[in-house]
Design a protein around this ligand. Structure first.
Ligand SMILES: [Zn+2]
Length: 263
């Protein structure tokens, strides 16, 4: 590696055209977090980076630091690690991966490494590509762990207002307040209504808590019922845009194209 350069593992998040010849590529890198780099002449000479500048691809990149103070690092070379090519040939898989990538892109601070989030992202993309875990379950797993790593775990252990734990709450379905990111028991709800809430079964809440804390390599053993998947999706896909503070295009696309989960 030349002086003034660096290399890191990276997952491609997005690319945009820059002028007639260049591309600006945003990566989730292992050693520097989210980072944009300049791929000079990448539009013209496709040979150089052939087939490796598509979203979700995992690679090792080698870049030079910019000479100018506010310039972007220059991408010199790429070593493909995993192209995850089955994702891009399947519309539903592309939909899920795009949603996860948009979460990372909207939330991650630039230049701040996060090894756990990198490993999690790599794991879900790899499993989505191989198909050994249903994509709906992977998405629940990614979303809840992403929230936990970002410090915004929704509180699913009990009523967020009075503190009653879910086993002590009598009703079978408990309201989740999407805005506040917490459960609200019936009694508390009668005292002060929840504006934007959904009803979620206790069983689903326990399963979500479980996939958040268990060894990630054991998640393929857990069987979700169709109801649990549906409720988990409503909870997390309602809660996350509330916290990101805007609608997410990729999520709207995903909702339009996906089929109902079947066992
Ligand atoms: Zn309560």
């Amino acid at each position: 590696m030349a002086a003034g350069s660096f290399s890191t593992d990276a997952i491609l998040l997005k690319r945009i055209e820059y002028g007639d010849y260049d591309l600006i590529i945003t990566y989730f890198t292992r050693s520097m977090g989210r980072m944009a780099v300049m791929a000079k002449n990448a539009k013209k000479s496709m040979k150089r980076f052939a087939g490796s500048l598509d979203p979700f691809i995992a690679m090792n990149i080698e870049c030079s630091w910019p000479r100018r103070k506010n310039g972007l690092p220059i991408l010199n070379s790429i070593e493909l690690e995993n192209p995850f090519s089955h994702i891009r040939t399947n519309v539903a898989k592309t939909g899920y991966a795009s949603y996860w990538i948009e979460m990372i892109n909207s939330w991650m601070e630039e230049g701040k490494p996060d090894d756990d989030l990198y490993n999690l992202t790599y794991y879900v993309l790899e499993s989505l590509n191989s198909g050994h875990i249903p994509m709906e379950i992977l998405s629940l797993l990614f979303q809840i762990r992403f929230m936990a790593l970002s410090g915004f775990t929704p509180n699913l252990a009990g009523c967020g207002r009075c503190g009653l734990v879910i086993d002590e709450i009598r009703e079978q379905k408990i309201t989740f307040d999407l805005k506040a990111g917490r459960l609200v028991c019936n009694r508390c709800r009668h005292n002060q209504p929840v504006e934007n809430g959904i009803a979620v079964s206790k069983g689903t809440l326990k399963q979500l808590a479980w996939i958040n804390t268990t060894d990630i390599h054991r998640t393929d053993r857990l069987k979700f019922s169709c109801t649990a998947v549906k409720e988990g999706e409503s909870l997390l896909e309602g809660f996350i845009p509330c916290h990101i503070g805007r609608d997410m295009k990729s999520l709207m696309f995903l909702k339009r194209i996906r089929q109902p989960y079947q066992l």
